[in-house]
Design a protein around this ligand. Structure first.
Ligand SMILES: *[C@@H]1O[C@H](CO)[C@@H](O)[C@H](O)[C@H]1NC(C)=O
Ligand SMILES: *[C@@H]1O[C@H](CO)[C@@H](O)[C@H](O)[C@H]1NC(C)=O
Ligand SMILES: *[C@@H]1O[C@H](CO)[C@@H](O)[C@H](O)[C@H]1NC(C)=O
Ligand SMILES: *[C@@H]1O[C@H](CO)[C@@H](O)[C@H](O)[C@H]1NC(C)=O
Length: 413
């Protein structure tokens, strides 16, 4: 009897067919399905985790971006600017010299809503444009982003006009005349010690009825006017002063241009109506990218820029306007794939060309704010193409931005 080599035998294994028994096949099949399903969950989990991770990084990034603004200069915050008499304390003299070592840069400080001392914030960061949202109630102009933010003591006069008068009086105290024979500027020193000829734009956003607000603004800036601190148009040319008042929102264009021999409130012209062919030799005077809204002369807005008192053939130039602005998102559109498309760049070039031919400064508002890298890239592109002012809430970010074009500029903050 031949000795059979015994194979190790396991119960239930069918060694003849080499197949696994049914229960084992089922067990393995189950295990496979389990693995497959949980593998898919695992993958989704990983993706979710990555998304979550970068979400957190973004949130932290945003908060860090605001941190310097929240932890702002304690000296400025120790002062309650809503109390008028505080402006004459010792601290005030510190604030009078706030621009001592500040380099002015063409940014525009928007959104005074959550900034307690918007004017000083803008100046301390070196922004040469600052915005005041004004509402007319009870015969006075109140400052705030919305009606909820208005308080008795936050008025246009107390938060902007009076501090500017004080600051400029202080700077011009010992100088009788700036040594200039230049007829296109007043001979007063401006708010920036390092660049005394630099004008500060005070952009006044008319929030409610524009034709009612206009005379109030005009009379409240008279302290600046009388001292020769305002940029004005004398019927022939514009003479630049330390402060340039620009009206936007529901500001009525017809009232801005009503007086043809003297103007010191300038309009925020609609940039999207100034497009000229960027490659063409001659500028065409007509709007080619008009949004087709021919009834815009009566459009009233509570946010951003309006076209009150304009007609389709209103002519905007440096005798009646200072900025030419538009809502980036509305005019240029969304940004896909992280950069401006060819078409978008051509549109922006054309708008810039049209505005510059009329002697106006280009300002886009409503450009993407985040991710920070995208924002910076868009800023980079805009400045590169010739945009004159950036609009934003992130003053630190704007001032860190390298305006002197761009070679050494990194993508990381
Ligand atoms: C406004 O200022 C006045 C005078 O300094 C003060 O008496 C009053 O309480 C302030 N009002 C508010 C709402 O802060
Ligand atoms: C102006 O002159 C007075 C007296 O000489 C001096 O006390 C003051 O600090 C000067 N002001 C400025 C802004 O230089
Ligand atoms: C603004 O006020 C003027 C005069 O009081 C009035 O005629 C006009 O209709 C008002 N405009 C709006 C948009 O309410
Ligand atoms: C224009 O403004 C100047 C200076 O305020 C004034 O003297 C003149 O009368 C005004 N002209 C008209 C037409 O309102």
């Amino acid at each position: 009897m031949a000795a059979r080599r015994r194979r190790p035998s396991f119960p239930g294994v069918d060694y003849e067919s080499g197949r696994l028994p049914a229960f084992e096949r089922r067990r393995r099949a189950k295990k496979y399905v389990w693995r497959k399903r949980h593998g898919a969950w695992g993958c989704m989990g990983m993706v979710g985790f990555v998304v979550l991770f970068f979400g957190c990084v973004h949130i932290v990034n945003v908060f860090l971006g605001y941190l310097p603004l929240i932890h702002d200069d304690p000296a400025a915050f120790a002062l309650d600017w809503t109390q008028p008499d505080q402006a004459s304390t010792d601290m005030a003299s510190y604030l009078l010299d706030i621009t001592k070592d500040v380099t002015p840069i063409p940014c525009h400080s928007h959104n005074d809503y959550w900034r307690r001392v918007p004017l000083y914030d803008a100046l301390r960061w070196g922004c040469t444009g600052v915005e005041a949202d004004v509402w007319l109630f009870d015969e006075d102009l109140f400052v705030g982003h919305s009606t909820h933010a208005l308080t008795q003591n936050r008025t246009f006069r107390s938060m902007y006009v009076d501090p500017l008068v004080k600051m400029l009086d202080h700077k011009n105290e010992n100088t009788t005349f700036l040594s200039t024979s230049d007829l296109t500027s007043t001979n007063k020193l401006g708010v920036f010690d390092t660049a005394p000829q630099q004008t500060l734009v005070l952009l006044v956003d008319f929030k409610n009825n524009g034709s009612q607000i206009f005379p109030y603004v005009s009379s409240q800036i008279s302290a600046l006017r009388e001292r020769g601190y305002l940029t004005y148009y004398d019927g022939e040319k514009r003479v630049e002063g330390p402060i340039t008042v620009v009206a936007t929102g529901n500001a009525p264009f017809d009232m801005v241009v009503a007086n043809s021999t003297y103007r010191d409130i300038f309009f925020d012209a609609p940039l999207d109506r100034l497009y000229v062919e960027p490659k063409g030799e001659e500028g065409q005077d007509q709007a080619q990218y008009d949004d087709g809204d021919s009834t815009s002369s009566s459009s009233v807005s509570t946010t951003g820029q309006g076209t009150v008192g304009t007609t389709p053939d209103s002519h905007f130039d440096s005798t009646n306007s200072f900025y030419a602005s538009t809502n980036f998102r509305k005019s240029v559109g969304r940004i896909w794939f992280g950069h401006l498309s060819h078409k978008q760049r051509e549109l922006i070039r054309g708008q810039i060309k049209g505005a510059h031919e009329r002697g106006l400064k280009v300002r886009y508002w409503g450009a993407p704010k985040w991710p920070i890298a995208l924002r910076n890239r868009v800023w980079w592109d805009l400045v590169d193409m010739g945009v004159d002012y950036l609009n934003g809430d992130d003053l630190a970010g704007m001032t860190k931005f390298d305006w002197s074009i761009h070679r050494h500029w990194g993508w990381f903050e």
